[in-house]
Write a protein that binds this ligand. Sequence first.
Ligand code: AKG
Ligand code: FE2
Length: 273
Amino acid sequence: MTKGLERVEGSIEATDLAELLLRDGAVIVNDALTPGQLAGLNADLDDAIAATAPGLRNPTEDFYVEFYGSQTIRLDGLPARSTTFVELMQSRLMTGVADILLLPNCQDYVLNTAQLIQIGPGQTAQMLHRDEDAWKELTGPKPLLEVEAMFALTDFTIENGATQVVPGSHLWPPEREAEPHEIQRAEMDAGSALFYLGSAVHGGGANTTSDQWRRGMFFGYVVGWLRTEENTFLTVPIERVRDMPERVQELLGYKAHGGIGVVDVGSPMALLQ
Ligand SMILES: O=C(O)CCC(=O)C(=O)O
Ligand SMILES: [Fe+2]
């Protein structure tokens, strides 16, 4: 039987939300943003969105051109772009569920990525995926790595690309694919959010309108050990790296690993040219 997508109010306790996430893998939280936070995020990001063309600028692999969408505007670096985003990083529900679900698996968690995702008219549906597949080399039993939320900054509708999500799929074996009837859509009003686990199957929806943009902002926390021992991006100034051999630049982490280690959702090598 098809499993529906649970909806709760923004006043829910983090412990209850974490329990629902463990049960379903994904839950809609109504009014996850205050009206001030919704307006703040949109205002902080409006100019950058207006100045950004759809599609990737420096894709790390051809695969990501299609995966991230040629009719979709994506922006990262959100902590530097939006003071409202910085406030949200400490929001009760995000830190609450991350404390409960990730701290058993790490000393502390870190921001994995935050992206403004504005799906434009004509964008086809994104391939369904699990965000934790970014680390697909980790096979076999693994702890939960990531908790995330997609915040609707405009209303999310079936027509404009509301996120596709498969409740219960976080418990599936990695090879199981969703049947069409198992896919739910995260229709929600601006200010609401889809909370989900990195192990839950989901993807952006198709935008079949001719004139609407679906604006969403998602961010996730991952276990803090998913990184290198030395933080060479801070110990070695980028001006010095520019003068180093290309192979050394790659070895210092400026070569993305598929979708990991990206800047502007693309290759950091572009910063060295
Ligand atoms: O835009 C969406 O609704 C989901 C996007 C997504 O899942 C992703 O880019 O990983
Ligand atoms: Fe995703």
